[in-house]
Design a protein around this ligand. Structure first.
Ligand SMILES: [Zn+2]
Length: 328
């Protein structure tokens, strides 16, 4: 396999605090010999595990980048036993444009793994993590939120895996993150996900959905910062006491958790995030855009549980995810 064109501007394996970039050559109209400079901090001290910490895998999700910038600027080398590799904006071009996918190649980084060293910009980023950074890591935390089109109750998540040892370690790390909700997550589209790449290497993964709507709040930022610190203490990299508060455990047994729109319209939420629903209960109505006098289409819960995710913008299109009901 070809070498990846990305090179770090700082050492990845020397003691101390190093701030720099992952430099990805990108020749283009406005910069013939230009590069994409992805911000990177590496903090290493003594022996111990390595944590690979990423935000903005999707460019419009903000709690992760905020928590990781704060970690990079406040952590001293002597606070660490092992190594932190901190990348606040994993899909940096998407982050700069405030969009889920990259404006350069429309690449959804979380559907681009294992990537290609000679592929698009997004595929090159994926390949560098797949073959260079992930093999260095014992644990990975990848922050997500709903972005501009979804909103979530704030949760940390882990997946059911064939590898039961890794699954157990992932669930323990999710519990350590200690978000208000802890979700055993069912993916409807896991092909090419970073999560799967991490888990297939037998590394521990914690992922999150901490809010959404293309912004963050004081509450969701506090959850991200607390969870990050807790996981790093759990991993043995930071010292101190974990802050543990009550969490609501949620499972997603099958695809009946998901409701999808079958037409466009004006979205009316009938229940709110975190509310309990019975099977068959009305969750949302969708009104026509182009005329009065027509009743709305109605969307009903396919199982009883808690509303853990909902469509965010006021207008909805055919195929959009209307809502997700988890079982608690
Ligand atoms: Zn995301």
């Amino acid at each position: 396999m070809k070498a990846n064109p990305i090179s770090p501007t700082i050492p990845l394996d020397q003691d101390g605090v190093h701030h720099g970039f992952l430099r990805l050559p990108y020749s283009r109209d406005d910069s013939a010999w230009g590069s994409i400079m992805i911000p990177l901090t590496v903090i290493q001290h003594g022996k111990g595990p390595t944590a690979l910490l990423t935000g903005a895998n999707h460019g419009d999700e903000y709690e992760g980048p905020i928590a990781l910038h704060e970690l990079a600027v406040t952590t001293r080398a002597e606070d660490v036993s092992g190594r932190l590799i901190v990348v606040p904006a994993f899909n940096y071009p998407a982050f700069l444009s405030g969009s889920r996918t990259s404006p350069i190649d429309k690449g959804n980084l979380n559907r681009s793994f294992p990537g290609r060293p000679d592929g698009t910009v997004t595929e090159k980023i994926a390949d560098y993590f797949q073959r260079t950074l992930l093999p260095m890591a014992d644990i990975a935390v990848d922050f997500h939120s709903g972005g501009k089109t979804l909103d979530f109750v704030p949760f940390a998540a882990a997946h059911i895996l064939d590898d039961k040892k890794t699954q157990k370690e992932c669930f323990a790390a999710m519990k350590a993150f200690n978000a208000p909700y802890s979700v055993q997550l069912l993916e409807i589209d896991n092909l090419g996900m970073y999560d799967t790449a991490v888990e297939n290497l037998g590394r521990v993964l914690v992922t999150t959905e901490l809010g959404g709507g293309g912004t963050s709040t004081a509450q969701t930022n506090a959850i991200a910062k607390k969870g990050l610190r807790n996981v790093l203490i759990h991993a043995g990299i930071l010292q101190g006491e974990m802050q543990l508060d009550p969490t609501i455990n949620v499972t997603m047994p099958d695809e009946d958790c998901f409701l999808f729109s079958d037409g466009e319209g004006l979205h009316e939420a009938v229940i709110d995030l975190g509310d309990r629903v019975e099977k068959g209960e009305l969750i949302a109505r969708v009104w026509p855009l182009d005329r009065t006098g027509v009743p709305p289409r109605e969307y009903y819960a396919r199982r009883e549980g808690l509303l853990i995710s909902r469509h965010f913008p006021g207008l909805i299109k055919s195929g959009d995810c209307v809502a997700v009901v988890g079982v608690s």
